[in-house]
Design a protein around this ligand. Structure first.
Ligand SMILES: C[S@@+](CC[C@H](N)C(=O)[O-])C[C@H]1O[C@@H](n2cnc3c(N)ncnc32)[C@H](O)[C@@H]1O
Length: 254
């Protein structure tokens, strides 16, 4: 059982709604580092990516030149770090986040970049509410049959990460990939701005592997530790930085 208060979702909602508008600015360097680390591992992720705009020039292609659908579900998308990392290699990014603030930031940056919302959009929602296995807003085809479902630094905020793995696996097409980026086990740090929204002090590889297997995405499971760790610099807290060991895990839906 999770060792935290039952209203965790509310704590997350409050914290991340408040954090949304300054998140990109505060964590700019961290976000760029994560994007870089994800892009370095795109072959390892094992998705049949859309390479680039020159792949196919047929008239049915979208603005990136992709004639083939390769779709990303970026769950707990925040302002969209994982989408930014993988957007060059997919035809569509669909973000879902618990908070209005984060979904609005995601959509604002899509609009600012002139990307059509049909190719990249975020919605507010919670796919991991135990009492609502199939939220009405997410029954449409645009929320199913993804080639890859990813959670970037969201798992340690969830009440039940194993349930999240299951719910996301359900949204993959057969052969689709579940991709998790999160922290390895670490000590508890006090007086951290996001403290109340954290439910898990990182994850061991064995626990993540079990979650993937139980969710039906254990095929070709792999787990890598990101070399030097990720440095979190929160500009609003002066020069204070924190380095965390980060893992990336992937598995294929059977
Ligand atoms: C640390 S941020 C990470 C954001 C982004 N994925 C990134 O890598 O920058 C965690 C995000 O998880 C979202 N979140 C927390 N609980 C959630 C839930 N149950 N369902 C969807 N999103 C959730 C928060 O609103 C927040 O945007």
């Amino acid at each position: 059982m999770p060792d935290h208060a039952p209203n965790q979702t509310e704590a997350n909602r409050t914290h991340f709604n408040e954090a949304a508008s300054s998140y990109n600015n505060k964590f700019e360097k961290t976000i760029l580092q994560i994007i870089h680390e994800i892009q370095d591992r795109r072959e390892w992720l094992g998705v049949d990516w859309v390479e680039d705009a020159s792949e196919d020039e047929s008239s049915t292609s979208n603005s990136k030149g992709a004639s083939r659908a390769v779709r990303l579900l970026d769950y707990a998308c925040g302002t969209g770090s994982v989408s930014r990392a993988l957007a060059p290699y997919v035809s569509q990014c669909v973000g879902i986040d618990l908070t209005e603030g984060m979904a609005a930031e995601y959509n604002k940056s899509v609009e600012n970049q002139g990307i059509p919302s049909s190719e990249m959009f975020a919605r507010v929602g919670n796919l991991i509410d135990p009492s609502d296995p199939s939220p009405a807003a997410f029954t449409g085809p645009e929320f199913h049959d993804f080639d890859i479902a990813a959670v970037g630094l969201g798992f340690h905020h969830f009440d039940d990460p194993a349930l999240a793995a299951k719910r996301l696996a359900e949204r993959l097409k057969p052969g689709g990939v579940l991709f998790i980026v999160d922290f390895l086990p670490h000590e508890h740090h006090h007086h951290h701005a996001a403290e109340k929204s954290v439910t898990h002090m990182g994850f061991a590889e064995t626990d993540i592997k079990r979650m993937f297997e139980e969710a039906g995405v254990g095929k070709d499971f792999d787990h890598v530790v990101v070399g030097k760790g990720i440095v979190f610099t929160d500009k609003s807290e002066g020069a204070k930085t924190m380095t965390r060991k980060v893992f990336m895990a992937r598995g294929t839906k059977v």
